[in-house]
Design a protein around this ligand. Structure first.
Ligand code: PGA
Length: 242
């Protein structure tokens, strides 16, 4: 049984005061207890998220990036050990914005995944195709390659515990969601690689009204939400989907 997981990706949004206000308000809602929530904020928000979510079951937080080295002269970077120090359980790795703007590749993704797994952090590994790749019929091949490299050296029992996020690049922040069938097709291909235990989430313009149909798909175990996770009301609707 894979617990449904709703992951907020706040990207480069929110001050500490805004994050505190969001979480205080979120925890006042009647949230379905069996839905796991993970809020991924900027590094500056992690301490606040840790303090305000501490003690609530199934209410977690995560970082949006991590460096693969344990420590060293890497100005501006944050290590797995530093995240562990904050008791941060999750980290997003290889988001398409990081691949696009910060030159992350499948092999740097793999180094980060290896570091996270050895440090007992749960990576949320993002994969997804561009519009050109979808149009030319290369979607599945591209995702298979991203995973083959991204998961190199990770043992099957370790793969069971991590999370794969399928995020078609053309659907991120565009208002254009993949149809449930399009998403399920890719999730099936990912399932064939990672097995039955790994949670596979969909991301890309997820909104409250697209949740039910997405979550009905047998291989969609949750969502990674950007824009619609910034407002408490829409985020609560997403968490409490029917
Ligand atoms: P979006 O972002 O929901 O705003 O499309 C999703 C993501 O980038 O993770």
């Amino acid at each position: 049984m894979r617990t449904p997981i709703i992951i907020a990706n706040w990207k480069m949004y929110k001050t500490i005061a805004e994050a505190e206000k969001f979480v205080t308000s979120l925890l006042q809602y009647d949230l379905l207890a069996e839905r796991e929530i993970v809020i991924c904020g900027s590094y500056t928000l992690l301490y606040t998220l840790q303090r305000s979510l501490c003690g609530y079951q199934n209410r977690e937080f995560g970082a949006q990036n991590v460096h693969w080295e344990a420590e060293g002269a890497f100005t501006g970077e944050v290590s797995v050990e530093m995240l562990r120090d904050l008791m941060c359980p999750y980290v997003i790795i290889g988001h398409s914005e990081r691949r696009q703007y910060f030159n992350e590749t499948d092999s740097t993704v793999n180094k980060k995944v290896q570091a996270a797994v050895s440090g007992k952090l749960t990576p949320i590994i993002c994969v997804g195709e561009s519009l050109e790749q979808r149009k030319s019929g290369d979607t599945l091949q591209h995702i298979q390659k991203q995973l083959a490299i991204g998961l190199k050296g990770i043992l099957p029992e370790e793969v069971d515990d991590l999370i794969i996020a399928y995020e078609p690049i053309w659907a991120i922040g565009t208002g254009e969601t993949a149809t449930a069938e399009q998403a399920q097709e890719v999730h099936t291909a990912i399932r064939n690689i990672v097995g039955e235990k790994t949670r596979i989430v969909y991301g890309g313009s997820v909104k409250p009204n697209t949740m039910s149909v997405l979550m009905k798909q047998p291989d969609i175990d949750g969502v990674l939400v950007g824009g619609a996770s910034l407002e408490v009301d829409s985020f609560v609707e997403i968490v409490n989907y029917i």
